[in-house]
Ligand binder design. Structure first.
Ligand code: V1D
Ligand code: CA
Length: 443
């Protein structure tokens, strides 16, 4: 069924040139590597390839504060000492460094996600993919966990202009805290995150009993997991829970954050999923036939990120069985040593600390909470419901009150090509990193 759906894909040829800095695990270059595989597998010929239009400051302020955006726009590695107060207050330290052209980077990945939402709203696409997006930790006026602008919140706000109920699903190994917080008091966006929880694992939120507040009670769903979860255990949670969510909530649009750090062998993640287990979530959600925005997220073993997202693109196009196991020659071929293959296997020796009994209890508890969700329609009978928490909503969220917030139109999102795209050459910057460098000859 998904093979007949119109798929659009955002890619900015500049994305791989943004660089968080030496030793930082987040590497936008992985999006370029994924794109290289997508093109070499010929997937670009089966979908519409779009270049994102940089998102305006005004639309960013639908969620973020003006002061925060002003700072993000003006700060540079050279002048950041002059902004020491803002650097500290807005948390542009350690995890979230100031780097060259940081604002352009944010405009690019948010442009794809919000552009995708606009396309879905207008029925121009059934599925939109933006692997550069999915930066789920960014807060209204705080950078967090490698995320500066929350493209997901902005895209959901755009979808809410046309859809009564939007479902947000987060399969990154980290809790999707920024998105959950933005819609904590809303019943118009149900957020669900599957993640590692416990110890000092970042960000520390997302326990089972975090269910939302006020009108949003039971519309925040958290599935906290232990290390080493494998495909079978994950599927035994994901499918029954998402089936119940779809039955109870009946969303008319879905946003899927597909963080690749839940794959086996990730440098920050602690799960043990294969690419097939991860992609099974895409296939399952696509099977409902609801308009879907698919975004990236974390993922720190970049050869795995590229392979995963290329494979998931194939799954969304319904042609994954035609993707040969031996990777086609591509400009980043040496990264894929030693196997040069498409699939990523679970690690057989890794212990699954999620015991059957605990998973059964977890599933039962989540399903119980979902049973409290009011019948479809009851939550949207002429009642004005805020899309955001009062705190988060002090920007512009309502089309009626802020007509200028609807400046994005489908015409703003240009078609790049249907043919092969030239990828940039590998940048020197990718070679200078020790802790988090991808040694082409390792693993
Ligand atoms: F290891 C590092 C080296 C350099 C800079 C940062 C890190 C690093 C690793 N893990 N930072 C982290 C996490 N931060 C902490 C901080 C310690 N403080 C008390 C907090 O543990 C942040 C992990 C971010 C994960 C981001 C994400 O994968 O969820 C993501 N999703 O979309 C985009 C990113
Ligand atoms: Ca998650």
């Amino acid at each position: 069924m998904s093979s007949k759906r119109k798929v659009s894909y955002y890619y900015d040829p500049e994305i791989g040139n943004y660089y968080y800095g030496h030793g930082h695990p987040m590497k936008p270059h992985r999006v370029r590597m994924a794109h290289g595989l997508i093109v070499r597998y010929g997937l670009h010929e089966r979908m519409q390839v779009l270049k994102p239009v940089p998102l305006s400051e005004e639309i960013m302020q639908s969620f973020h504060t003006r002061e925060y955006i002003e700072f993000l726009k003006n700060v540079t590695p050279e002048n950041q000492d002059r902004y020491s107060k803002e650097v500290r207050n807005f948390s542009f330290v350690n995890d979230c460094p100031v780097f060259e052209r940081i604002f352009e980077y944010c405009q690019s990945y948010t442009g794809g996600s919000v552009g995708g939402a606009v396309r879905l709203n207008h029925g121009l696409s059934d599925i939109v993919i933006n692997w550069a997006g999915g930066l789920h930790h960014a807060k209204k006026s705080e950078a967090s966990g490698f995320c500066y602008i929350n493209d997901i919140v902005l895209a959901i706000l755009e979808l809410l202009k046309y859809h009564h109920r939007v479902l947000y699903i987060d399969i990154d190994v980290h809790h999707g805290d920024g998105v959950e917080e933005a819609f904590l008091t809303s019943d118009r966006c149900l957020t669900i995150s599957f993640h590692k929880h416990g110890g000092d694992f970042f960000p520390g939120t997302g326990d089972l009993d975090e269910v939302g507040v006020g009108n949003g009670k039971y519309f925040s769903v958290n599935v906290p997991l232990e290390d080493g979860i494998d495909d079978d255990s994950y599927e035994d949670l994901f499918k029954p829970i998402m089936t119940r969510v779809m039955e109870q909530y009946q969303p008319s649009a879905i946003v899927l954050q597909s963080g690749a750090d839940s794959i086996a062998g990730d440098k920050l993640g602690v799960f043990n999923l294969s690419n097939r287990g991860h992609a099974a979530c895409h296939k399952f959600m696509a099977s409902f036939g609801v308009p879907m925005l698919v975004l990236g997220g974390g993922g720190y073993k970049i050869k795995n990120v590229a392979r995963l997202w290329a494979y998931e693109t194939g799954c969304l196009l319904g042609c994954e069985d035609q993707m040969q196991e031996d990777l086609p020659p591509n400009e980043f071929y040496e990264y894929f040593a030693p196997d040069y293959s498409l699939h990523i296997n679970s690690i057989p020796s890794m212990e699954n600390k999620n015991k059957r009994e605990n998973l059964d209890k977890l599933r039962t508890a989540v399903l119980q909470n979902l049973s409290y969700i009011k019948p479809v329609g009851a939550s949207f009978q002429g009642k004005a419901t805020d899309a955001l928490t009062a705190q988060a909503a002090s920007g512009t969220i309502s089309r009626q009150k802020h007509p200028r917030s609807r400046l994005v139109t489908p015409a703003d999102y240009h078609l790049v090509s249907r043919g092969p795209e030239a990828s940039s050459t590998r940048e020197e910057q990718e070679c200078d990193d020790h802790d988090f460098d991808e040694d082409a000859s390792s693993q």
